[in-house]
Design a protein around this ligand. Structure first.
Ligand SMILES: [Zn+2]
Length: 91
């Protein structure tokens, strides 16, 4: 009963599609808000930890993710770290 419902509500039909969406979003953000002086940027190690699915304090994680929405430089870094993470996963 209602077992199929979750699939319908889930916006992506596969993990791959979800990943593609995340990448497209990051690429969009990477051009949207240039911040060459990197004002207000968090430590890139934290961005890396998030991209690598490591444990990051939830408040800190939220702060950094909020920042990425407004900072192309950090969005770029995130793309690079995600690529790096994918490589380590496929090895
Ligand atoms: Zn930034």
């Amino acid at each position: 009963m209602g077992g199929d419902q979750m699939e319908e509500e889930y916006p992506f039909s596969s993990e791959e599609q979800e990943e593609m969406f995340a990448e497209a979003l990051l690429e969009y953000l990477a051009r949207k808000n240039p911040n060459p002086e990197r004002i207000g940027c968090p430590d890139t190690n934290i961005i890396r930890d998030i991209a690598f699915h490591r444990k990051v304090a939830p408040e800190l994680c939220k702060e950094v993710l909020d920042h990425i929405w407004e900072c192309s430089e950090c969005a770029c870094d995130t793309i690079e770290y995600v690529e790096e993470y994918k490589k380590t996963k496929s090895e």
